[in-house]
Design a protein. Structure first.
Length: 52
C-alpha cells in the first residue's frame, strides 16, 4: 500500500485520472482506493475502518 501512495505522490496526474474514474488501482479494493483518494483530496475521515 505504501508503494502505491508513494507512486501517486510522484505522479499527481494519476490522482486526477482516479478521481475522474478514468483509471483504477489494480490489486487495491474499492474501499482502499476511496480512502486513498480522500486522503489526497484532504477529505480523510479518521473514523473510517480503513485507517484503524
Amino acid at each position: 500500500m505504501i508503494n502505491v501512495i508513494q507512486y501517486l505522490e510522484q505522479n499527481p496526474s494519476l490522482v486526477a485520472l482516479l478521481n475522474d474514474q478514468k483509471a483504477s488501482l489494480v490489486g487495491v479494493s474499492s474501499v482502499e482506493q476511496t480512502a486513498i483518494l480522500e486522503a489526497f483530496n484532504g477529505e480523510m475521515n479518521t473514523e473510517s475502518d480503513i485507517w484503524n
